[in-house]
Design a protein around this ligand. Structure first.
Ligand SMILES: [Zn+2]
Length: 69
């Protein structure tokens, strides 16, 4: 279990927004970021490389040329 005090000092390393506990993950409170950080052995892993993107992220590709192979 994560302490509330610990939660308050933790921030998303990608956007510096505070995070909230959801299940066994820490979710970035910034909806535009939405990274989800895992908790291992009760220790939050605040690494962008370890974070998962929100599954609700629309796959928009603004003016990105995709070749046909
Ligand atoms: Zn974030």
């Amino acid at each position: 279990m994560i302490d509330q005090e610990l939660l308050e000092i933790l921030a998303c390393p990608a956007c510096k927004t505070s995070v909230r506990l959801e299940g066994e993950r820490l979710i970035c409170a910034n909806a535009a970021c939405g990274l989800r950080y895992p908790i291992r052995d009760g220790i939050p892993v605040m690494l962008i490389e370890e974070a998962e993107k929100s599954p609700l992220t629309p796959s928009l590709s603004p003016s990105r040329g995709e070749g046909h192979g």
